[in-house]
Design a protein around this ligand. Structure first.
Ligand code: SAM
Length: 286
């Protein structure tokens, strides 16, 4: 069978199964072979790898992943796609398709059950409405990860790579840059998909950092501080942290910590670097 990346083949399969796209699942299927080559190439997949693909759709990328990887685990929420995948992936014996919501799955269990606890490579053309929970869920699970190579909305890719000070900088930027080294691999216009999405997309590779870029005593507490800082991002850090029930610190304690760091007490969270968030978390936790 000719591959699905050929738009004529994709259109034929969609017609055969009378498939109607579900907007709520972010269904935009890839039909551009250059983009596919970029994703597969930059993910650096070998026959030693288990690849977790989130949202295989009709299996366009999955066909290529099966050829490059040792094993592929593809998790698809839409049960109408399961019989389609049975046909389009019939010639591969190294793929397991699971009909489930990825947000309900345990990444540690996936790595243990399908890869003997060894680091997993995640590759996906993500449903854009759940990009942040998926990426945060993967990082915060502590599951063994090698890299996450994903197609996402351009605005979200900008937020992931943002530096302190700008409007894009926030909790997602800090988490991505704490856990990984982000790198843009491709810029993808809407005409590379069927149907065309209303937004521009980018492929970003997040290479997991086994050695973190900064040291912090309590990682979880630091992310509580970061979230509190950006929940009320127009407020000063003193007000945002002092008002956050979860942290139980007084405004005076925050002022004292800022003064020890040589920072103005009117500073906002958006001005602090990852390293400064680590320092203030350690001071507040004392
Ligand atoms: N990988 C295919 C491709 O590149 O052509 C399809 C990508 S499409 C942007 C996103 C896919 O994710 C759809 O097939 C959709 O049904 C699936 N999906 C959406 N939400 C999901 C979830 N919570 N868990 C697993 N799959 C999901």
């Amino acid at each position: 069978m000719e591959k699905l990346i050929n738009p004529v083949v994709t259109a034929g399969i969609l017609k055969k199964y009378n498939f109607h796209f579900q907007k709520k699942y972010g269904q935009n299927f890839l039909i551009d072979s250059h983009v596919l080559d970029k994703i597969i190439g930059s993910a650096g997949i070998t026959k030693d790898d288990l690849v977790l693909e989130i949202g295989p759709g009709i299996g366009t990328m999955t066909q290529f992943l099966c050829e490059a990887a040792g094993k592929v685990l593809a998790v698809e929420i839409d049960d109408r796609l399961i019989p389609v995948l049975a046909e389009t992936l019939a010639e591969y014996d190294n793929v397991t398709v699971i009909n489930n919501d990825i947000l309900k799955m345990d990444f540690n269990e996936i790595a243990n059950k399908y890869n003997d606890g060894k680091p997993v490579k995640v590759v996906a053309n993500l449903p854009y409405y759940i990009t942040t929970p998926i990426v945060m869920g993967l990082f915060e699970s502590g599951a063994p990860l090698e890299s996450i190579t994903i197609m996402i909305q351009k605005e979200v890719a900008d937020r992931m790579r943002a530096e302190p000070g700008g409007k894009d900088y926030g909790a997602l930027s800090l988490a991505v840059q704490y856990y990984s080294q982000p790198e843009i691999v491709a810029v993808v216009p809407p005409n590379c998909f069927m149907p065309r999405p209303g937004v521009s997309s980018e492929v970003i590779k997040l290479t997991y950092l086994h050695e973190k870029p900064i040291k912090v005593n309590d990682e979880k507490y630091m992310f509580d501080v970061i979230r509190a800082a950006f929940n009320q991002r127009r407020k000063t850090l003193v007000n945002a942290l002092g008002n956050a029930a979860k942290l139980s610190v007084s405004k005076d304690t925050v002022k004292e910590a800022l003064s020890k760091m040589g920072l103005d007490e009117r500073i906002r969270g958006e001005a602090l670097s990852l390293e400064q968030f680590a320092i203030i978390s350690d001071l507040l936790k004392k």
